[in-house]
Design a protein around this ligand. Structure first.
Ligand code: PBG
Ligand code: ZN
Length: 340
């Protein structure tokens, strides 16, 4: 009888028994290579040139556009809850703030430059990322400087974008993140950082694989950066372009990027995974963009699913694909949810 009892467990049946391995909530959490923590999150902040403004952005539920006088009080409770990092976007509203060269981008009194100084001074522990682009500041709304015929002048754009990145770094940004997608900007920024002797204290995060599409709509509403003509297809990547993304990632690593970002996130999980494989020795970031965030809110509101469950599922998918940094509008929610 005893031999019969032991022989019950035989032949292939052992390997088919998986349930036990994730039978407890903690054992389920252990299945993930990377578990979501507060230090993985970067929160986007939109700063306007109207100092007392604090306006909800209709297309980005719960997110605000605010003036410099509102930033500290806004961040205080979040920092108390464990916010570790913000990425700053400037939103100039004054009509005079836009021209063909995006001159206002590095105005020393402008919202981003002043915002960097303000946040550094008031929150010494907070890691400050500055998004670097011209589209919020150009009269035509494109991410670079244009030729007469409206096409992108890559040489002038790279010159200008790298100057702006330098200005943000010198104002105190811990990290500069060029999102313009002009060719060669990572190299240009890295060289300028080296030449001016601050390369050792600035993280260079490249939006290396940034795809064109319709998921940036709410952001462009928020930032007032809809192009006045044409689209961004000549510099942002085509959605099917996996090989092109791999080349852009390889190039930006070779040009000196410290972190590679993929954007959007949930539609491009294969690209995140490629980035992790190509950049296996560096952190990979993903931007869970405005359209993804708005979509989850809209679907939750329509009763399709529970907001919190979906926010976790989407973000855990992004981590599983290979990211260890997530730029997310859900950051304030996660600071709450991760405590419970
Ligand atoms: C600016 C920039 C954009 C985003 C980040 N930086 C918009 C764009 O390229 O049109 C998108 C962020 C989001 O949608 O949340 N170059
Ligand atoms: Zn841009």
């Amino acid at each position: 009888a005893s031999t019969a009892a032991t022989s019950v467990s035989v032949s292939g049946d052992i390997a088919s028994q998986l349930h036990g391995g994730y039978s407890h909530p903690l054992a389920r959490a252990w299945q993930a290579e990377r578990q979501l923590t507060k230090s993985m999150l970067i929160y986007p902040i939109f700063i306007t040139d109207n100092p007392d403004e604090s306006e909800l952005i209709p297309s980005l539920p719960g997110q605000r556009r605010m003036g410099l006088n509102k930033v500290v009080a806004f961040l205080q409770p979040l920092v108390r809850k464990g916010l570790k990092s913000v990425i700053l976007f400037g939103v100039p509203l004054a009509p005079s703030a836009k021209d063909t060269l995006g001159t206002a981008a590095d105005d020393p009194q402008g919202p981003v430059m002043a915002g960097i100084r303000l946040v550094r001074k008031n929150f010494p522990q907070l890691f400050v990322v500055a998004d670097v682009c011209l589209c919020e500041y150009t009269s035509h709304g494109h991410c670079g400087i244009l030729h007469e015929d409206g096409s992108l002048n890559n040489t002038l754009s790279v010159d200008r974008v790298s100057d702006v990145a330098m200005a943000y770094a010198e104002a105190g940004a811990h990290c500069v993140a060029p999102s313009d997608m002009n060719d060669g900007r990572i190299r240009a920024i890295k060289l300028k950082l080296i030449e001016s002797g601050i390369a050792h204290r600035v993280v260079l995060m490249s939006y290396a694989a940034k795809f064109s599409g319709c998921l940036y709509g709410p952001f462009r509403d928020a930032a007032g950066s809809v192009p006045s003509f044409g689209d961004r297809k000549c510099y942002q990547l085509p959605p099917g372009g996996r090989g092109l993304a791999r080349r852009a990632i390889e190039r930006d690593i070779a040009e000196g990027a410290d972190i590679i970002m993929v954007k959007p996130a949930t539609q491009y999980l294969d690209i995140i995974s490629d980035a992790k494989e190509i950049g296996k020795n560096m952190p990979i970031a993903a931007y869970h963009v405005s359209g993804e965030y708005a979509m989850i809110h809209a679907a939750a509101k329509a009763g399709v699913f529970d907001l919190k469950t979906m926010a976790f599922e989407a973000t855990e998918g992004i981590l599983r694909a290979g990211a260890s940094i997530v730029v997310s509008y859900f950051t304030p929610d996660f600071l709450e949810w991760l405590d419970t």
